[in-house]
Design a protein around this ligand. Structure first.
Ligand code: 5AD
Length: 356
């Protein structure tokens, strides 16, 4: 190669850093090249981190994760709380228990509550709205985020009116055939994308994202997800490695790659400078340094678990899911210390999407 001339990878990184976009899925695919030189990858990481520093400084937002139920009508082939997993004790927190979790989180300083759960058939639009209203009424300065799967548009609208302002719903994969392999008949990529579009239209800060290294996923699939998200314009992006769960049909597949997940965090940061991107629990589960590596790759959010300790074991999306130490509200001091070690600190502000 011509010395002094940047190679193709760096050319694309620079273009992405300047404009936030590449022109095709094919170009995103080039950024996923497995054979790229280590120092080119390091350049990508540094560009992403520099941008995150400019937007968020050295603060990391806290989101209190309340796992409100592990009951689920769905049967996603990768997920440990799928309907057919009979080896799981099922629970649903009562509204009172959910409020107690929020109180704990609020007392610890957190100003975002994320209510996440399976698609519990006993939950109605009204029952979800009642909890959201109660939380919003009691802590009007905190943001309520929902992560409760697919609902009709009318329900999303009601959640929004009740006071929820953010909604997390990963597409998992934008490829319809790949989606079909990971999900049971009756679920569809089209409905998932309909939900994401509705959430945005209604006015939610909307979260999208994928599992990295899910079975049968190709680099072309990931490139298609990047191109799709470039069109969608999500405000939050959840991205973590696939981790097998032994009681699921996909339990025999290998886990996703941590380095590829980190590379994607950096690419997504360059695409979405103001988006809230967590260093996910899945990343921290696969690699003891995963959380710190995620922040150093451009993530700006950590989601400490505030679920009652007796249910945490039952919210097993995948094997080995960590829910203690720096991953939990009791471990905030540990987390602060861990972040401090790389020059970061906890930021307890609500941290709404920044339109950069
Ligand atoms: N490995 C990694 N992530 C998983 N999720 C569900 N099951 C797994 C798994 N086996 C993720 C999905 C979902 C989020 C709540 O958890 O991406 O959107």
């Amino acid at each position: 190669m011509n010395p002094g001339m940047p190679g193709r990878f760096i050319t694309l990184v620079r273009r992405l850093a300047e404009s936030g976009r590449l022109s095709s899925a094919g170009e995103y695919r080039e950024l996923l090249d497995p054979d790229v030189a280590a120092d080119d990858l390091e350049t990508l990481r540094q560009e992403a981190r520099r941008l995150a520093d400019r937007v968020f400084g050295r603060g990391v937002y806290m989101r209190a994760l309340v796992e409100i139920t592990n009951r689920c009508r769905n049967n996603c082939l990768y997920c440990g709380i799928r309907r057919d997993n009979r080896a799981l004790e099922r629970y649903a927190l009562t509204p009172g228990q959910i409020l107690d979790c929020c109180a704990t989180a609020y007392a610890a300083g957190m100003r975002t509550f994320v209510l996440q759960g399976g698609e519990n058939p006993d939950f109605t639009c009204d029952s979800v709205c009642a909890v959201v209203k109660a939380i919003h009424g009691r802590w009007p300065d905190a943001a309520v985020t929902l992560s409760l799967g697919e609902w009709p548009d009318a329900a999303y609208e009601a959640f929004f009116r009740a006071g929820a302002s953010r909604y997390l719903l990963r597409q998992e994969t934008v490829d319809a055939l790949h989606y079909g392999k990971l999900h049971p008949p009756g679920m569809s990529r089209d409905n998932r994308l309909r939900c994401q579009a509705s959430l945005k239209r209604i006015g939610f800060q909307t979260g999208a994202g994928i599992m990295v290294g899910s079975p049968w996923q190709t680099l072309d699939n990931i490139a298609a997800d990047l191109a799709y998200m470039a069109e969608l314009g999500p405000h939050m992006i959840g991205i973590g490695p696939f981790i097998p769960h032994s009681a699921t049909p996909l339990g025999g597949f290998p886990p996703g790659s941590v380095p590829l997940t980190l590379r994607l965090i950096s690419i997504l940061r360059l695409m979405f400078p103001g988006a809230n991107i967590p260093a996910t629990t899945a990343l921290a589960t696969l690699d003891p340094e995963g959380r710190r590596k995620g922040i150093l790759a451009g993530a700006n959010v950590v989601m400490p678990n505030v679920s009652p300790s007796h249910v945490r074991e039952s919210y097993a999306l995948y094997d080995g899911k960590s829910h203690s130490g720096a991953e939990a509200v009791e471990g905030l001091a540990t987390l602060a210390h861990e972040l401090g070690g790389i020059g970061f600190e906890i930021n307890f502000e609500r941290g709404d999407f920044k339109n950069i």
